[in-house]
Design a binder for this molecule. Structure first.
Ligand code: NDP
Ligand code: GDR
Length: 326
């Protein structure tokens, strides 16, 4: 039986990845940081019905001693570093924390693995945000980076440190440069989930309007369930390297709104307003990924279309609100 250690287990990707690995017979450990809230395990693992199957280890990414103990105690075959301060907008108001968790935190993980489980394979959650002010209309593994937020700068540091540990110490360390991926388990502050939650609230008569920021921004949106499969495939390769994971299709926030409202039989233009409070100090205008390397070397293909994902997200939010009522 293989053992995996996942940081960011309570987040969207951690939950989907845990389900995927459990389905393949892995023993799955999740890194859990201390919280004053009663619901520490979180609703995501429960939503997927795997909250009892994941074994939790107490640690925080910014505390190397705790990470080291966690790696020592679990002796994983594969380590997936998914934990981060992952909300781009917050990275302008909490730039130092973002640097510590998203940047230095990854190096804490690399160090802990190098010292306590050097044979383990390591996955780093890199991001298409690193392309920022894009240097090529379609981005692949050789496109130069130009980060546009403290989050992206921190991810870029973590990305290059992963490459450096691979080259310096021969670690089996790979970086997945994942483009945006969503699901019903997406955090409520991210635009797709904010929209599908808003659609459900409007449909149920709980509110009338949805305030958004830049409707012209374009993203290459895929489904988290497809993308965690790519993470695992990277860990099964003989040789570690970096991979872009993307659908190759780019869609505006405006078009995402149209699709989501239409799924509920609503006209988006009657409900969406623009509020400058949701604009960012610097924007990433457009992203579109070329996942040829992942297709050719991993045999990876996205299976869930944008339209199917939008429908799934709207339906899940409608159901959640009907059940809970707010
Ligand atoms: P989420 O924001 O849903 O999850 C983030 C996770 O990190 C949570 O489990 C959170 O725990 C944990 N975390 C935050 N700070 C710490 C800390 N100090 N110590 C330990 N754990 C911590 O992110 P996603 O699941 O969407 O993304 C997973 C990773 O992939 C992230 O690194 C993200 O930056 C990256 N990424 C995501 C993409 C996407 O489109 N989703 C695209 C490209 C990259 P808690 O519940 O306690 O807050
Ligand atoms: P992003 O995701 O910044 O790409 O980072 P987000 O969904 O927050 O924004 C996408 C685009 O939508 C525009 N936008 C809004 N965004 C939010 N959150 N709220 C709004 O009201 C709104 N209106 C318009 C944004 O300006 C932006 O252009 C996500 C995260 O998961 C990162 O961790 C990950 O690395 C990248 O995706 C790839």
């Amino acid at each position: 039986m293989k053992t995996a250690l996942i940081t960011g287990i309570t987040g969207q990707d951690g939950a989907y990845l845990a389900r995927f690995l459990l389905g393949r017979g892995y023993r799955v450990y999740g890194l859990l940081r201390r919280s004053a809230s009663a619901d520490v395990i979180g609703e995501r693992l429960r939503w997927l019905g795997i909250e009892r199957e994941v074994e939790m280890v107490d640690a925080d990414l910014v505390d190397l001693s705790s990470i080291l103990r966690a790696v020592q105690a679990t002796q994983p075959d594969e380590v997936y570093n998914l934990a981060a301060q992952s909300f781009v907008k917050t990275s302008w108001t909490q730039p130092l924390l973002t640097g510590q968790v998203t940047g230095i935190g990854a190096v804490n993980m690399l160090e802990a693995v190098r010292l306590a489980a050097p044979q383990a394979r390591f996955y780093q959650a890199s991001s298409s945000e690193m392309y920022g002010l894009i240097q090529a209309p379609i981005q692949n593994e050789t496109t130069p980076f130009y980060p546009r937020s403290p989050y992206a700068a921190a991810k870029l540091y973590a990305h290059w440190m992963t490459v450096n540990y691979r080259e310096s110490f021969g670690m089996h360390a790979s970086s997945g440069i994942l483009f945006n991926h969503e699901s019903p388990l997406r955090g409520i502050e991210f635009v797709t989930r904010k929209i599908t939650d808003g659609v459900a609230r409007i449909k149920l008569g709980l509110t009338q309007t949805l305030s958004l920021g830049n409707l012209d921004a374009r993203r290459d949106w895929g489904h988290a369930a497809d993308y965690v499969r790519a993470m695992w495939l990277m860990m099964q390769q003989e040789t570690p390297t970096d991979y872009v994971v993307a659908t190759g299709r780019t869609t505006s926030v405006r078009e995402f709104c149209r699709l989501a409202f239409a799924h509920a039989g609503l006209d988006w233009e009657a409900h969406v307003t623009v509020d400058p409070a949701f604009l960012r100090p610097a924007e990433v205008d457009v992203l579109q990924g070329d996942a040829s390397r992942a297709r050719e070397r991993l045999g990876w293909e996205p299976e869930i279309t944008l339209e199917r994902m939008v429908a799934e997200m709207v339906d899940a939010d409608l159901e959640r609100l009907r059940r809970r009522g707010n």
